[in-house]
Ligand binder design. Sequence first.
Ligand SMILES: Nc1ncnc2c1ncn2[C@@H]1O[C@H](COP(=O)(O)OP(=O)(O)OP(=O)(O)O)[C@@H](O)[C@H]1O
Ligand SMILES: [Mg+2]
Length: 300
Amino acid sequence: MTDILGLGATAVDHLIYVPTYPPPNVKSYVLRSERQCGGLTATALVAASRLGARCAYAGMLGRDDASQFVAEALRREGIDLSHLVTRDDAGPIRSTIIVGTDRGTRNIFPEHPAKCGAHPTLPPEHVIRDTRVLFVDHVGVEGMIRAARIAREAGIPIVSDVERDLPGCRELLALVDHVVMSWEFAQTLTGAGSPEEAARRLWAPGRALVAVTCGEDGCFFSEDGQTVRYQPAFRVEVADTTGCGDVFHGAYCAALAKGMPAADRIRFASAAAALKATRAGGQAGAPTLEQTLQFLHAHA
Ligand SMILES: Nc1ncnc2c1ncn2[C@@H]1O[C@H](COP(=O)(O)OP(=O)(O)OP(=O)(O)O)[C@@H](O)[C@H]1O
Ligand SMILES: [Mg+2]
């Protein structure tokens, strides 16, 4: 049995470091460049896998170089790809990121393939019924809604990381029992004036938990849509916050699969995300179970 099944976004980021971000029509020599894997679902699964969860990815990839790069990265992290959906016109989101090293600026140029994330009718139903937790994002919404319906029917908890109000996303959110959303998007979606208010507005019948994450300002969460509790962010020396939200989601899923109570899940996820903030890179900075438990012990 799988602990966490993911179907959504995978990404390949090509980072190009230049001395300064250039004005138009300038030749700018590259100091160094690197390729990294990212994407909401891919990073959440990598984080959960390092935290000891058995994870599977069953969304779409293609046959191109970028798809192979993602598949290899996921495999290396022990993520099961036996139900991966391969299509010629599918692939990860590809972003070119130009980093101006003088001021630390990042200009991001994302390219979406024709198909990405969840397939509308795959993986087969039994694959979805065979997981402890289903993780959904907004990439491949039609397939996400299908998978969420199957999981709901089977009584499998669904955790979401929805960051865009695309067609179908509200229908998807109505099927989710664990809504974990960044304050930035929660504000856009609900019009709330505070994260506490957003947590209440995001509440709906069938929810088990709503959490609104506020970066270094921590996280507000509710288990009944009325009482909202607060988990501060752990104070750390920040190196790079790329992927903190994704690691938080992955760690939350891992804790849920283990049957931890709500406040412990949120604390565990906050610790994993804080550790990630102390390291460079998205997936590369996700901590192990041992490191996270040690960190929690030291901050008890
Ligand atoms: N600088 C930080 N220091 C400590 N913890 C942090 C920091 N930034 C984020 N976190 C932790 O990660 C959680 C999620 O971060 P955030 O709210 O920024 O998610 P996000 O906006 O979805 O980020 P992402 O851009 O990675 O998707 C926070 O609630 C907090 O627990
Ligand atoms: Mg996020």
